[in-house]
Design a protein. Sequence first.
Length: 285
Amino acid sequence: MNLHADLVPAGQGASLPVRMVEKVWGRDRLPAPFTAPPGQRIGELWFEPPAALPDLLVKYIFTSDKLSVQVHPSDAQTLAKGIGKQGKEECWLVLAAEPDARLGIGFHEAVDADTMRAAAIDGRIEQMLVWHAVKPGDFFYIPANTVHAIGAGVSVIEIQQASDITYRLYDYGRPRELHLDEGIAVSLGERYDLSRWHRQVPEHGPAVLVEGPYFRLEQVAGAPDAAVLARFAGAPLLAIPLEGAVVIDGEVLAPGTCGLAGNVEAISFAQGGKCLLAQSVASAE
């Protein structure tokens, strides 16, 4: 997985290098504090996974159009293909959304492989997805094998297993490669369990968002309490400030950055601030 192209160096401190990725569905004007280079439509902003947490990737995603209908394999499936642990489970926290913004996740009803293939070929698969209206604070966990698409007019932060394997099933006629054989083979033609995988995150306040099996993710408001410190103790973690700065080993990190801390005790949190903490479960074992 080559995450090193087009990186903006972050110096020698805690702040991770950034990669801005152009996409046909991206934006030439990004929400603050980000700025797109002149003439570029930026769809994703990646933070280079550090050596201490190589299996965890943090992205911002900005859309002006729909992403492809796609699916990701699991670790078990990529191991079975002999390409190592390259599965991808991910989650999205909606930061901003236009009034009609939606995320497509899962199907209205059960779909078998032949029906899914035919629908991907003729475009019906877009209407077969359930398109969930979203607003800031909506949080969705996306297990491997879940067919999904991010709609237009949203800004999300995504935390995922650090894999670049994406199988496109449908791309609205854009001239990009599809992966029907690989994608159909790993797709679950099922409804998405909204009650299990979705929640509304408070605008201000702590929230446990993910607790394994691959990573943990929490929102903290101000200084975390003893329970949060205990859950993240003893292993490296990422801090993603959303409101107010955090300080890691003396380095100030503002919103729009992502920093690596050797341990949670190395992070100082702004009073009244808001931050995400992410940690690989494997690194904490």
